[in-house]
Write a protein that binds this ligand. Sequence first.
Ligand SMILES: [Fe+2]
Length: 358
Amino acid sequence: MENLQDIAHQVYQRTGVMTSSKDVEKILSAVAATPHFWEIITLSQRPFSVVAEMIELLRQKNLVTIEKNGDIKFNSKGLEYLNSLKIVPKRVYTCPACEGRGINLSKLEDLIKKFDQVTVNRPKAISDYDQGFVTTQTVVSRIVLMAERGDLEGKKLLVLGDDDLVSIAAGLSGMPTEIVVMEIDDRIVEYINEVANKYNLPIKAMKYDFRDKLPDEYVGYFDTFITDPPETIEALEICIGRGISALSQEGCAGYFGLTLIEASLGKWNIFQQILASKFKVVVTDIIDDFNHYVNWDYLLKSVGKDYAFVQVEPRLNWYRSSMYRIETLIDSKGIENEYKPCELYVDEEALIYKEENK
Ligand SMILES: [Fe+2]
């Protein structure tokens, strides 16, 4: 039967994403644990295109059967194959109370309730800017994480892109002295300013494209930034570079999410080199699966139209990202200049790659 290396190579040829035999093992182990495509992605933590092509390959090799409802199941030949490789179903021991974040939200029930009430009419996620917002538990956990690390109370916070409405949660917490939102989507800028006015929160939202220079008055102004960048290398570099240039001195912090769904470990490595060598910041935390995203309406229209097993409504909040915290040193340096035009959303690892690049 097929060896893992050959499968890895075939997946690489179909996707252009470097894929190893260990990646193949992880995906096989995830498929053995659940029949639901979107949960397989969550469990395998590999790029979407890699997982989709790998399952298609398993189907073509007659190792899995796709059922009418899209469920993916190993058949007897597939089970034999798993057995021969000693691959077991992926184990999950995540704490259900905190969903693995390690944060106790029981003291924050009021903030959770208030945030849900205040944001009930929030703008819908749209594909133009790669939007998809996080759950309320995630937003409040971000507030708690920043507070626990000493980066929020009495501090000036920059939110770079805020379809997640972190600024509103931060404002409602009463912790930061000043919150500035820079956001490209007019709907969200308007919405945040309206809510801030209505509830008297210390938030100012303005339109901003992070390829442009930061407004002069905000260079070196903030204690903390938080953002959820698109995941091409260019977007990661410019977005985090802007955040760093907005920080005032050493010992300031930046927070951002990074997935393994749209970014391979190869991309993590390149980006970590940029953080360490170019920006001279330190990664102090990477918290696995911290950010859980609410399923967005345009998902099935934008991905995997060819595959019956992809065209299935997600049964869980499958899209997740790790939370990075970085801290500045005395010689840290972000990006202050104009930036060259660059691709922010689409590369071979992006969710929307399949449709737009065929
Ligand atoms: Fe826990």
